[in-house]
Design a binder for this molecule. Structure first.
Ligand code: NAI
Ligand code: ENO
Length: 365
């Protein structure tokens, strides 16, 4: 992979440019955006080495082009790029919804021979723009790919290897299934976060006590309500069927729960929270999810300077490679604990043994 094109140099486009430059040594990156500020900043930082504000011959020698604009612009950029790109160029996007883009491209996908592979990194932030971009954004994140049945395996493998080289974990899904999964775990949760914030805004009285007293729980569950309205507007307009299916299901759950509260159904209410707790407790706060097994341990450590360094030194002295290490401050572990992620089960087991010998308490293996 020699030359990469990026259309839309915001949070995701900028993070991709940084990751490709910093982790994959790709030194020929051209970016396009409607805003020149981000382009100039990235050029000055040496992240990209060329930019343009229109689609033209600049993209003719790109080996891969990532389209990182809001979802509704993506298919039109595919169409604009087609006259300029070379035959073996991979066109991919990072949009949060997939079927609508492909539906708009169907006719040309059938009649033209080019390689479009949908993509969606399952990582991001409530912040937008190039200034919020980070080269390590994709580390340990799932990165969904939705190739066409006709996409050559060689092209899928090329894109997969780029995904791996920026630190992410590729997962192949159909566009339709992608849209149902993301409607459930991302799109409707964002709708709900915004609904909760709008609810409090409407119910709060002039003394603003709700705003003043909103505590950790409310802030945790509504963090994502600070995301870009443009992005979420685009997502709801392009994943209508799946979002409606999930919202209707959620309404059924709330309606049933409301009746349980009205009728004081003791067992139902207890089980409602208990079953949610049991399932929520199976989601690790750092591991990326159910697709790939992670080998992690949670160590109870006193909060004193140098503790991470001394554990890391002990493990490295015994030849154990640490994939990820950091303090977690979550409600599960009141005082904060050290989470260490390893590459394999052998390293995990060896570390548990070594740390237990040093009298560390290990919570989770
Ligand atoms: N923000 C997130 O957490 C995630 C976003 N995505 C997807 O990534 C894509 C980009 O999102 P972000 O980077 O978060 O947004 P962003 O707002 O940070 O960046 C979008 C960039 O596209 C540019 N842009 C807007 N309209 C354009 C047009 N017509 N032509 C060229 N450039 C244009 C903007 O100037 C901006 O630089 C979206 O499709 C979104 O659904 C995917 C995963 C996570
Ligand atoms: O910040 C968060 O929690 C997110 O949910 C980020 C995010 C936003 C949109 C996506 O399509 C994927 C990930």
């Amino acid at each position: 992979m020699n030359k990469v094109g990026i259309i839309g140099l915001g949070l995701i486009g900028g993070s991709l440019a940084k990751a490709l430059k910093q982790k994959c040594n790709i030194n020929d990156i051209i970016a396009m955006d409607v805003e020149s500020n981000a382009l100039e900043k990235a050029l000055n930082e040496g992240i990209i080495n060329d930019f343009t504000t229109s689609i033209d011959e600049h993209f003719s020698d790109c080996d891969i082009i990532f389209i990182c604009t809001p979802v509704k612009q993506i298919s039109s950029y595919v169409k604009k790029l087609l006259p300029f790109i070379k035959d073996d160029c991979i066109l991919t996007d990072v949009g949060s919804t997939k079927s609508a883009i492909l539906n708009e491209l169907n006719v040309i996908l059938d009649s033209t021979n080019f390689h479009f592979i949908g993509g969606h990194p399952m990582t991001g932030s409530e912040k937008a723009g190039y200034s919020a971009s980070r080269g390590h954004l994709f580390e340990n994140a799932y990165y969904i790919l939705t190739p066409q049945p006709s996409t050559p395996k060689e092209k899928i493998d090329q894109l997969k290897s780029i995904v791996v080289s920026i630190g992410a974990i590729p997962v192949i899904l159909s566009p339709q299934y992608h849209d149902l999964v993301t409607a459930s775990i991302s799109h409707v949760p964002h709708v709900l976060a915004a609904a909760l914030v709008n609810m409090v805004k409407a119910l709060d009285s002039t003394d603003k006590y709700m705003h003043k007293l909103a505590a950790g729980g409310f802030k945790d569950i509504t963090r994502i309500a600070s995301s870009s309205p443009e992005m979420w507007h685009n997502i709801c307009m392009t994943n209508q069927k799946e979002i409606l299916y999930v919202i209707d299901y959620l309404i059924e759950i709330l309606t049933r729960f409301s009746s349980a509260v009205r009728n004081k159904e003791d067992d139902y209410i207890w089980n409602f929270f208990n079953s949610a707790k049991q399932y929520r407790d199976t989601f690790s706060s750092r591991s990326p999810g159910p697709f790939m097994k992670t080998y992690e341990i949670i160590v109870d450590v006193v909060d004193e300077p140098g503790i991470i360094a001394s554990i890391a030194t002990l493990l490295s002295k015994h030849g154990i490679n640490i994939k990820n290490i950091g303090i977690i401050n979550s409600r599960e572990y009141e005082n904060g604990v050290l989470q260490i992620v390893f590459d394999d089960e052998k390293s995990q087991e060896k570390s548990v043994k070594l740390l237990e010998e040093m009298n560390y308490v290990i919570y989770k293996k």
